[in-house]
Unconditional design. Structure first.
Lengths: 330, 330
């Protein structure tokens, strides 16, 4: 089976660009970037979400699904340091689901999140499907001209940060896979984990703050997991990185599932779908912004190095090579 | 089962537009229209194509599928009188298909058509699916500011035209459904019908001509069929229409399938997926452009009336009411 990366590269090479390219940035970043007018660039992303690959109807609700379909694309917009503006959805639904209130409830969840970020649904398509739900979520945003934050701008010596806490969405998935067997004494924290999986929060405000203040040299959203997404930044920037295991902010709610640091750090490193932001900052810039970073609870987790595509994990002052480990969503 | 129209209206009403609307035109036309800069509007469309609903792998090839996925969205761009500029695709593929050359061949067909119209693929997504192929095709185009041709501009007295010949794609589908049982003496014409179904031609040049010369008051592409798509124009324009059966240009290749005029006109009226253009023109404008219309083989098929949402079909000087008849693609 080909990886998504190989696939995208294959398409990229096929695209022979018959005319001067429209795109400032095309395939291979969180969003494509296109010139809009003299002051503004348009960024745009599309995310395909498929039943029994990306979600199970028995584990979620239509409202959560509507929320998440929009949230995953908003997260790509956040990763460019852009503000979301408009959206479209293509939705395919089996006939039996049409007869239920699924569509209304899906859009309840969708519009609740869309209103929070002033995103206008401007179009879409609808189709029947033989038996599974599929949703393609398209969101466009805007940045000042030339100011979209790409994956490719990291330099050796830049510091590596993440927003929020990691591994919670994967912890929630583990609970869902086990049939919601909440431990009674841990129920509240375990429900938090499940909500991290079902109702992720796109980090629009943090992305906007970082781009408005020109703080991030490179940025990506954490959809595959810290390990895999840092690899995307390193590949695009032609750098390596080292991560300090003890600095990685694992989701405190994971304490309700695991006792060992190893298990929690494994989820924080390789658990996907946290939809936090991973970004790199020139150390001088960081010292200027340190207070604001603390206020926003950004965590310094590592440093960009010159060892191309080599990612080291440092723990107890010992260094090991971090192997690529795609997280199987399920 | 809800119709697509009810569904779209439901969404439209849910969209509470939390801020001054970004869109000049939102849900309900062939494309959404958004301001790009002082001189240009962006038009954008998305089309979801699902295996065993919109196509069968045993009836088509990956190259035809790549062509058609792009063509259906290009046809929406043509219907706005716009020029296509860039595209994205989200594609979901079962694991077994990944292992074949499906993806390469799909994009061979896709890029062959994209190059013809200088459309740049700028992004996309890829996902596994449990068992069916799904493709979401997104295309953006540009028009001069305020010049996108909408469905809503038809006025009583306007003349109704179509490009090309109608019913061929439905004839091709009939042949595919019958297991390609080509009549030996009719094989060439029957293959033409099948190609109308599998490899449609978006009418970009005609759409651009009509909009550049401000000739069309309303326009739509023929995806549902003349009867249904004319109904969309009448509903959006708050008009009615009359069609002259004898004037409807049915696909001459249908002569290889049917002898009776009734059968051929039925396919021309209700057969979907011809991806020709249906448009309305003020009679004075028509008289100025008549030569060019003849050169381009546009057919005058009827007239817009003031009988709101009433569509008459006139044959042998007798008039009947044309009932809504959605064409089941298959």
């Amino acid at each position: 089976m080909q990886s998504e990366f190989e696939f995208i590269n294959k398409i990229k090479n096929k695209s022979r660009k018959p005319q001067p390219s429209q795109a400032v940035v095309g395939i291979g970043d969180d969003c494509a970037v296109l010139p809009k007018n003299a002051k503004t660039d348009l960024v745009i992303t599309t995310d395909l979400i498929v039943e029994d690959i990306d979600f199970r109807t028995e584990w979620t609700t239509p409202e959560f699904l509507g929320h998440k379909a929009l949230a995953v694309s908003l997260s790509d917009i956040a990763a460019m340091g852009a503000k979301p503006v408009w959206s479209m959805t293509s939705i395919g639904i089996p006939q039996a689901i049409w007869k239920t209130d699924f569509v209304e409830r899906f859009y309840e969840g969708y519009f609740r999140l869309a209103e929070k970020y002033n995103v206008e649904l401007i179009g879409g398509d609808v189709s029947k499907t033989p038996d599974k739900i599929v949703i393609d979520s398209i969101v466009a945003g805007e940045t000042k001209k030339g100011k979209a934050v790409l994956r490719s701008g990291a330099k050796a010596g830049d510091l590596i940060f993440v927003t929020g806490e990691l591994g919670g969405a994967a912890g929630g998935l583990k609970l869902l896979e086990s049939g919601f067997n909440f431990n009674p004494s841990e129920e509240a924290r375990q429900k938090n984990l499940v909500l991290r999986q079902l109702q992720p929060s796109p980090q629009i405000s943090s992305g906007d703050f970082l781009s408005a203040n020109k703080l991030a040299t490179a940025m990506i959203d954490l959809s595959d997991g810290l390990s895999g997404d840092l690899r995307h930044i390193c590949r695009a920037s032609n750098t390596g990185a080292k991560l300090f295991a003890e600095k990685i902010p694992f989701d405190k709610n994971l304490n309700s599932l695991f006792e060992s640091f190893e298990e929690k750090i494994e989820f924080a490193l390789n658990g996907g779908e946290d939809f936090e932001l991973l970004f790199t900052v020139n150390p001088k810039k960081y010292f200027q912004a340190q207070n604001e970073f603390e206020k926003r609870r950004f965590s310094l987790v590592g440093e960009i190095t010159a060892n191309v595509e080599m990612i080291e994990l440092i723990r107890d002052e010992k260094s090991g090579i971090l192997q690529p480990k795609g997280f199987r969503h399920f």
